[in-house]
Design a protein around this ligand. Structure first.
Ligand code: GLU
Length: 302
């Protein structure tokens, strides 16, 4: 496994040159683009890693998997009344469907859907971003995880679309708390910095029927399957159909360049390389996951 990861790291590193680091969030524009890390965590408790797998990076939309987990633990009924489960062919920050579909975001991984989730969590937590951070600290076993405040502040300063999405939802009665507070908390949640190893370990419950390796129930088994289904149908933006076709695993990516994949009943893989393709997925990171799935011959269909 170790050799496999080293080989994959060498094979995909050059691909990063074809992508571009996200620059619409000021704190992300200066990240060194040549960094690459990958980690596999297995249900046996083993971790294999290569490259910059201990280097914390901005997890951005990968945080949406953990925020969704918290929301599903609260109240499935309210959540699914407010947020759909449909894929979208629009960009993650688009407002078009939101207007046409009367303020109900298509899924919890689009920005409007994630904002509705943050709003739901904000109704029960004075600082919902802390609840997401605490869950990640607990599941990863890394109590030192933090948000990068510069990234969070930089994003909030230019969060016009996210503020607009939240206001639009509020106009349709699908937003409860003050818009600015929730968007600020959402930016902090996205600015959590974690490494490939942290994220791979934290997501193991999704490969293990909802329970972590200490057999603590994080989600019901059915709910864990549902999170995986959403990752498969909507986790890599408008490329999700293509990703399901070419890789065949539940995957969530973020504009910080992280890509988190679940291999049911086996474990998780997390890769990181900052340069993105035009849809917002890490070029080298996604290719690395594809190679792992192919080499291990593990997809949800195999
Ligand atoms: N914080 C980012 C945003 O709201 C997350 C985007 C992403 O990683 O997909 O635009």
């Amino acid at each position: 496994m170790q050799n496999l990861l080293e080989r994959i790291a060498s094979a995909v590193r050059p691909l990063a040159r074809t992508g571009r680091v996200a620059s619409y969030i000021p704190g992300l524009a200066d990240v060194e683009p040549s960094q690459f890390g990958i980690a596999i965590a297995t249900l046996e408790g083993d971790i294999y890693a290569a490259g910059d797998s201990d280097q914390p990076f901005s997890i951005q939309s990968i945080s949406k998997v953990f925020a969704l987990t918290l929301a599903m633990r609260l109240k499935d009924d309210e959540l699914w009344a407010r947020v759909g489960r449909l894929p979208s062919s629009n960009q993650f920050n688009s407002l078009i469907e939101l207007e046409l579909e009367e303020g109900k975001p298509r899924n919890p991984f689009l920005n409007p859907g994630a904002l509705a989730v943050s709003d739901m969590l904000s109704s029960r937590n004075t600082q919902m971003e802390l609840a997401v951070l605490s869950l990640l600290r607990d599941l990863s076993g890394n109590a030192a995880l933090q948000y990068d405040l510069d990234v969070a502040r930089g994003e909030f300063a230019c969060a016009h679309r996210n503020l607009a999405a939240a206001h639009l939802m509020k106009s349709f009665g699908n937003f409860r708390n003050p818009v600015e507070d929730v968007v600020k908390a959402y930016c902090a949640q996205c600015a959590i910095a974690a490494s490939c190893k942290d994220l791979a370990v934290a997501a193991l419950f999704l490969a293990n029927g909802g329970a972590d390796l200490r057999m603590r129930k994080v989600l019901e088994a059915r709910q864990a399957q549902q999170v995986c289904a959403l990752m498969m149908s909507s986790g890599t933006y408008e490329a999700s159909g293509e990703t399901a076709f070419s890789i065949g695993l539940p995957i969530k990516s973020g504009v910080g360049g992280g890509v988190l994949a679940v291999i049911p009943r086996f474990g998780t893989v997390c890769s990181w390389s900052p340069p993105l393709d035009e849809k917002g997925n890490s070029v080298a990171g996604l290719k690395a996951i594809e190679l792992v799935a192919a080499e291990l011959d593990r997809t949800v269909f195999s």
